[in-house]
Design a protein around this ligand. Structure first.
Ligand code: APR
Length: 229
């Protein structure tokens, strides 16, 4: 089967009711990103970050996968679909996608604040100060904050380099290194981008589908069919 690589961002989950970051009414309009999503903020005020991610985890639990997530899961019948997402929600997995790589962490998990290899799936969606890891340190959200490395890039780059088709869905391509992944696609790989307000700076050869994720993935499927004939 041909390998279809999806690079998804917050716009993928917008139609599920999860706020994006940089759109109108985006999360970073309400919060100062460096106060709630940076390693400095965690060191300064861990309670605030625990509350911030508890709220986002609650919203995720109350949301459900949208048509775009469901169509991508369905596509596994015809392609080797590999999803690389900047999103920390579990909507791709809940839609049925089986190959999902989270570049920026996962809301469903917590990790030790002294040993990053100690990662736990949260039984209780409400994290609290005083929740400890096996080595006795405070548990933190398993999220990649600004100022931290993105270890999953080591796995993401070879996946993009081996893509037969690649589609970017719902990301403003503002945040590196994730935004640079598109440049690792082989020159022979057809590139698509689904976004109602596509980012201005795109490689010339990208086929833009200026629609939301739900309708956009349906359009992508039609365009992929022309390659399959
Ligand atoms: N369908 C598809 N795309 C959409 C939709 C939709 N229904 N609604 C909005 N979008 C697009 C917007 O036009 C925008 O280009 O989704 C993109 C969202 O961009 P951002 O809010 O910047 O989100 P993202 O690119 O995922 O942010 C990257 O920044 O704060 C960090 O770690 C955080 O992973 C996040 C990273």
């Amino acid at each position: 089967m041909k390998r279809l690589v999806i690079l998804s961002g917050a716009g993928m989950s917008a139609e599920s009711g999860i706020r994006t970051f940089r759109d109108m009414n985006g999360l970073w309009e309400e919060y100062d990103v460096m106060e709630v999503a940076s390693i400095e903020a965690w060191n300064k005020n861990p309670e605030l970050l625990i509350r911030f991610y508890n709220d986002r985890r609650k919203q995720m639990i109350e949301s459900k996968p949208n048509n775009g997530h469901l169509l991508l899961a369905e596509l596994e019948k015809s392609f080797d679909v590999q999803i690389i997402t900047q999103n920390v929600d579990d909507l791709h997995e809940r839609a049925g996608s089986t190959n999902v790589l989270h570049l920026h962490g996962e809301l469903t998990k917590a990790r030790s604040s002294i040993d990053p290899t100690l990662i736990y799936t949260l039984a209780d969606p409400e994290m609290k100060m005083g929740d400890k890891c096996g080595k006795g340190s405070q548990l933190r959200p398993h999220i990649v904050w600004f100022g931290e490395e993105v270890p999953a890039m080591a796995d993401a780059v070879p996946i993009v380099e081996s893509s037969d088709y690649l589609c970017v869905i719902g990301t403003s391509l503002n945040v590196y290194p994730a935004a640079g992944l598109i440049n690792y696609a082989p020159f022979s790989t057809p590139l698509f981008l689904i976004d109602p307000n596509p980012p201005a700076s795109l490689p010339r050869r990208v086929q833009v589908i200026s629609k939301g994720a739900g309708e956009g993935v349906a359009e992508l499927i039609k365009r992929l069919e022309t390659f399959q004939k």
